[in-house]
Design a protein around this ligand. Structure first.
Ligand SMILES: [Zn+2]
Length: 305
């Protein structure tokens, strides 16, 4: 049974779920932000909008992870409205095989990576949007660039609410997923800090309960710090011979209590561990080397400033 819609500010409704969706309403006109993972979530959101006798006029996508735009296609079969999305994400929505493919080193993905959580139905995108002011349904909005968790990602300010999507995670979610998925860890930390400094009264994360921007940012930044520390400990534990990416993954998963028990979770972790290693290499705290045909990571002292 889907949870009841919550009116969080004059123009903003939270539709809570495994993946939070948001509906903006102004004088009977509505904008949907994200559509959940599948056909059912998309149809349910449209039904909720129509039950309120509102007219859906646009769909905005925070980022192109399958669980955030998987409902678009079913919705667009019933209604012809423009779809807005950030750059890069727009391409991933048009060619959704790219998500499981990038999780599998760019190759044709394993079947386990093509479930609805990783590969949504394709959606058209009519307008590519970027950070800055945006007016929809005569409502002044502000978009913020919060890249890092995904390639490109946007948060949206409406009234005194920040729709932050996966730029930040509730502490309860970070406890269940101790290594938060990341494409670019440094950008992810910058994005969380940006959310934390936002003056909004309330921020809505993509998963979990809304909270103050500062509280959500703090939970996210603490999880990122734990990730960095676990990576460092993994590299130190393999000092000398270096660690393969898989060895780092196993060490980090054990240290943080992250589950590695299925192919899909393992690959999500692999991508995120790679993002941390890439960030560490860019900072000069580790070095990749090929040793006897194996990619090995070696701890290094930080580069002199
Ligand atoms: Zn996401």
């Amino acid at each position: 049974m889907p949870a009841a819609w919550r009116h969080v500010s004059e123009h903003c409704w939270l539709v809570p779920g495994g993946v939070n969706a948001v509906v903006l309403e102004h004088r009977g006109r509505a904008v949907l932000i994200d559509s959940g993972p599948d056909r059912d979530s998309g149809k349910r959101l449209l039904r909720g909008i129509r039950e309120r006798s509102w007219k859906l006029e646009a769909i905005l996508t925070s980022h192109a992870h399958a669980d955030h735009f998987g409902g678009h296609a079913a919705l667009l079969r019933q209604l012809d409205v423009p779809v807005l999305a950030p750059p890069v994400e727009a391409e991933l929505m048009r060619a959704p095989l790219l998500e499981p493919s990038y999780l599998f080193h760019g190759a044709a993905p394993l079947a386990e990576l093509t479930s609805r959580w990783f590969q949504a139905e394709a959606s058209r995108v009519d307008q590519v949007i970027a950070a800055g002011p945006l007016t929809l349904i005569d409502l002044p909005l502000e978009l913020l660039a919060v890249d890092g968790h995904a390639h490109r990602q946007l948060a949206l300010r409406v009234d005194d609410v920040l729709v932050a999507a996966d730029a930040v995670f509730a502490a309860t979610v970070a406890a269940r997923h101790p290594l938060l998925f990341a494409h670019d860890v440094r950008a992810q930390a910058d994005a969380a800090a940006l959310v934390g400094n936002d003056g909004a009264r309330l921020a809505i994360p993509g998963h979990g309960e809304p909270d103050t921007p500062a509280a959500l940012a703090q939970a996210t930044l603490a999880a990122i710090d734990r990730g960095h520390a676990a990576i460092r400990a993994a590299l130190e534990a393999h000092e000398g011979a270096g660690a393969t990416t898989t060895q780092v993954l196993r060490h980090v998963a054990q240290a943080l209590g992250a589950s590695t028990d299925d192919l899909a979770r393992w690959h999500l972790l692999h991508t995120t561990v790679s993002a941390y290693l890439s960030a560490a290499r860019a900072r000069g705290t580790c070095q990749p080397r090929i040793v006897d045909g194996e990619l090995r990571w070696f701890a290094a002292s930080p580069l002199a400033p």
